[in-house]
Design a protein around this ligand. Structure first.
Ligand SMILES: *[C@@H]1O[C@H](CO)[C@@H](O)[C@H](O)[C@H]1NC(C)=O
Ligand SMILES: *[C@@H]1O[C@H](CO)[C@@H](O)[C@H](O)[C@H]1NC(C)=O
Length: 177
């Protein structure tokens, strides 16, 4: 099974898509109406909200006709915002999609803080990466910059997972992430 995660920047009708997968080109791009040709089955919008400078109103009509599943998380890129309350349900969403053979595109407004933190939490929760390993893995493909509050929340998650021996567990062998 191939694991693919993407962090994208949406500008108008053009999408710059970064594939975090060894099997694909890094510079795939697409228009908003057609993600299917790069195999996207699920999208996760980590900046759900009124379309302003900080949020993206992702038009579900773009995805539904293409059979793409959509999840929106109303999150602010604010150090005070508790993104951690979404870590588990987003990780479940991504993991379920991948286990079903799908490909997930995770995005927010700029693709460096909210979506990145969500992907890092997924790697920690579902792939048993420690926080530093997860950051290293994503940075090997793309520069990211979660805000200081999100980094703190990821450190807290690291501590929690460490205390229950989560990182000692063997990683699934069937993945490339
Ligand atoms: C999307 O891409 C696929 C594969 O390249 C193509 O067959 C299909 O017609 C495209 N759909 C739209 C709406 O452009
Ligand atoms: C996260 O936990 C790992 C495993 O115990 C540890 O090596 C690492 O220093 C921790 N990192 C942070 C940022 O908390």
């Amino acid at each position: 099974m191939s694991i693919m995660l993407m962090v994208i920047i949406k500008v108008r009708l053009r999408w710059w898509v970064m594939l975090l997968d060894d099997d694909d080109d890094d510079d795939d791009d697409d228009d908003g109406a057609n993600l299917t040709h790069i195999g996207v089955t699920h999208v996760l919008n980590a900046a759900e909200g009124a379309d302003d400078n900080y949020h993206v109103t992702a038009d579900k009509e773009i995805y539904r006709p293409a059979g793409i599943k959509y999840k929106g998380v109303e999150a602010s890129d604010d150090t005070e915002f508790d993104l951690s309350k979404h870590f588990n349900n987003c990780a479940d969403y991504i993991a379920d999609a991948l286990e079903g053979g799908g490909k997930v595109m995770v995005f927010c407004k700029v693709g460096s803080s909210r979506s990145a933190a969500i992907v890092l939490a997924f790697l920690m929760l579902k792939r048993h990466y420690t926080a530093p390993e997860a950051v290293k893995r994503v940075r090997s493909r793309r520069e990211i910059c979660p805000n200081d509050g999100f980094l703190q929340q990821l450190c807290d998650l690291n501590e929690t997972l460490k205390s229950i021996g989560h990182f000692d567990k063997k990683r699934p062998q069937s993945t490339n992430m």
